[in-house]
Ligand binder design. Structure first.
Ligand SMILES: [Zn+2]
Length: 320
């Protein structure tokens, strides 16, 4: 029996400076089970959507994504025999996992239209929850930057498939992904300043692909917020690094979390000063910054396979 987890990184706004040197991680638990999701392979292959993004200059989006994977690969080289290898780029990548299909690939794709804008209201894909793949559109809410869908064995926790979608819908529906290092964009977003840094976002999402969960640590790669202009998640923090290395030690089988969910997390010298942003969805009161700090984490179960048990399509709220 397989289930999917989908993680949301919600739009954010910056409250705090990075820099907490905390060694904290959380691994993603199988819902209701005392163990974690993890890969039982060491040769992970990912494939980039050949279409890339029309909103980033040239092929810079591919370079930024490669830089994100390279950071995790460099980490792996210090502690693990895990490899992250780019397979051939893929046309019309399909997010999710099809049972008994040979076409399941671990893909990264830009969704450059919002499903609300391109899917006719009576389209059966809404009920079937297949619009995102059919229309290559973003179907997860306008405040979300990126989403990783992981399908795994409910019995073992072993991951079968993990796919990253990036919300690049235009006209305020999504985010302008940028690939430059500086400066931070001011009121006018453009590709020549840092709006939503692609490498920053992808490094975080790849953490989910590898089985890491969010942590409430400012500055951590797996912190679930990403304010405009942020780039520090590009650098994998010591806690996230420990989470990866503890899960996939070189020369040894992958390490499960064990009988206690607490074994899936480790906290050392956590710095949680008063500047820590409150967790949860909603506006941050009192901020002078231009938008509310939102962050979130959502578990989605796969639509059930048998007829008559399909999950209702998610409500289509107008954009905030
Ligand atoms: Zn996340």
């Amino acid at each position: 029996m397989n289930r999917s987890l989908s993680w949301l990184v919600l739009a954010a706004l910056a409250l705090a400076a990075p820099g907490a040197e905390a060694q904290t991680y959380r691994r993603t638990l199988v819902p209701g089970r005392p163990f974690c999701v993890l890969w039982n392979i060491r040769d992970f292959v990912y494939r980039l959507d050949a279409a890339g993004s029309l909103r980033t200059p040239g092929d810079t989006e591919f370079s930024a994504l490669e830089a994100s994977f390279s950071s995790w690969q460099a980490l792996a080289g210090t502690c693990s025999d895990f490899t992250l290898t780019r397979g051939p780029d893929i046309q019309n990548p399909q997010v999710g996992y099809l049972r008994d299909s040979k076409d399941n690939q671990n893909v990264i794709t830009f969704r450059e239209a919002d499903c609300n804008d391109v899917v006719p209201p009576e389209d059966p894909c809404i009920e079937a929850d297949t619009c995102a793949n059919e229309y290559a559109c973003w179907d997860h809410g306008g405040a979300t930057i990126g989403l990783t869908t992981t399908t795994f064995s409910f019995r073992t926790g072993y991951i079968l498939d993990a796919d990253i979608e990036l919300n690049a819908a235009p006209n305020g529906r999504g985010f302008l992904f940028t690939t430059v290092d500086s400066p931070t964009c001011d009121a006018v977003l453009s590709s020549s300043c840092v709006a939503t840094d692609l490498q920053n976002t992808a490094t975080h999402e790849i953490g989910h692909v590898l089985g890491l969960d969010h942590v409430d640590v400012i500055g951590a790669t797996m912190e679930p917020t990403a304010p405009p202009g942020e780039t520090h998640k590009r650098i994998i923090d010591v806690g996230s690094a420990a989470g990866f290395c503890d899960a996939y030690p070189r020369g040894l089988p992958p390490i499960q979390c064990g009988e206690s969910p607490d074994l899936g997390r480790r906290t050392q010298a956590v710095s949680q000063g008063p500047g820590l942003a409150p967790m949860g969805c909603g506006a941050a009161p009192g901020t002078l910054l231009p938008a509310a700090a939102l962050l979130g984490l959502r578990l989605l179960r796969r639509r059930r396979e048998r007829a008559g048990e399909g999950r209702a399509a998610a409500p289509r709220a107008p954009p905030a």
